[in-house]
Design a protein around this ligand. Sequence first.
Ligand code: PLP
Length: 393
Amino acid sequence: MIPFSPPSITEEDIEAVVEVLRSGWITTGPVGQRFEQALAAYCGTERVVALNSATAALELALRAVGAGPGDEVIVPAYTYTASASVIDHVGATIVMVDTEPGAPIPSPERIAAAVTQRTRAIITVDLAGIPYDSRPLHDLLAGRGRIDEGLPHALGRPAIISDAAHSLGARLADLASGQIADMTAFSFHAVKNLTTAEGGALTWRADLPVDHDELARSIRVLALHGQTKDALAKSQGSSWEYDIVSPAYKANMPDVLAAIGLSQLGRYEQIVARRLELVDRYASGLEGSGVELLHHSVPGQRSSAHLAIASLPVDGPAERNRVIQDLYEAGVSANVHYKPLSLLTAYRNLGFSPDQHPHAHGFYSTELTLPLHVLLTDQDVDQVCSALVDALA
Ligand SMILES: Cc1ncc(COP(=O)(O)O)c(C=O)c1O
């Protein structure tokens, strides 16, 4: 069976974890700090806060921009639940926008059309690892939305938060993912390009009008019960005493997990390069088959090649699902990314309905995601392509 997305764990990754286990300090501490610094250097940002998930990173970003009850936050309908559930968690109202016809992302104009006087923030999604260019939103949103205080006030527009769960290492010209949106949330979940088993990180543009130290400090406090000192700081000499300044979250990343990430980051450029090679091989193997891969080459843009999202020449979901079954029988594990949020019970219960997002539903109904990971050989890709062509025949 060609698996969909197994993790790539090397002996070096394992050694790094063993070293932390033997060190006497296994939760958030010195290795996590090194991981954060290495990530910030990789992204070209000032600060990174490592966390236990992208979901936590998104939620803390919303808290950092002041989103709460009475505010609206815009999110695309075509994404994973975590992009939207965090809006509900902070008590703000989810405003879901459709995608463009035939595409899984909304245009900046479509997002701008959903802005009201209550819009505090916008969550964009780097689907499949393709960086979303949110820069046109700066002009489209100028002076609009709820900009009475905090970061939106300093920016003079709603804050743009990137759900970059897929896109570590993606680039738009000389801007790496992390420097494109105002704030950026990465995921290091087991299936992601770079993994810490479970994990995530929050960073923000180097030129964001904030005090970087203060923002990093306030996010760390939010991620650790609202506590003014972490376990490492409390363990130094007699400095045990701390305060709890808000009834906050528990979302820090332990050093055992940071060790995996730090080790993987050392070879991350090779990981992305290989993934891009595999996408190219899919593109040539599927030429003329009627299958369209989402990954297109745009000058100056580099995807992190996280997901091989394909549109099939089929009638709809039933035929697409039959192709997935045929692939499975041919030894290929495939998947679907994503079921639009308005098809899911939780969002239907919040009042959303599929007919509000016809383009997202159109894209979903013929979508199929092919295996993409660094354990794939060129021959594996060729086998997937011929199994897919056979299934479609
Ligand atoms: C688009 C997107 N956003 C957010 C997440 C949540 O990431 P995490 O599991 O690290 O919270 C995922 C995870 O699969 C995702 O695909």
